[in-house]
Design a protein around this ligand. Structure first.
Ligand code: FES
Length: 75
């Protein structure tokens, strides 16, 4: 599905960027151009990238800490 309408970036492209070595949302954004125009896609794009980073790098990646913080905030 399209995540970023401005730059026509799909969730698959975001996950592929992580699989090819991007290790942060910034790197994924630079590579795909996702979230570089209006920014409305940023929250969803970050969720997808964090999920992909967790799958790729496991609980030691900083994305895991953000998930823990969110889980704590939600309850
Ligand atoms: S929808 Fe992604 S930058 Fe506008």
């Amino acid at each position: 599905m399209y995540v970023c309408m401005c730059k026509k970036v799909t969730d698959r492209q975001l996950r592929q960027a992580v699989a090819q070595g991007a290790s942060s949302f910034g790197e994924v954004s630079r590579e795909t151009r996702c979230s570089t125009q209006c920014g409305k896609c940023t929250c969803l794009a970050r969720e997808i990238v964090d999920d992909a980073l967790l799958a790729q790098f496991g609980a030691t990646h900083p994305a895991a800490q953000r998930f823990d913080e969110l889980a704590y905030a939600v309850g």
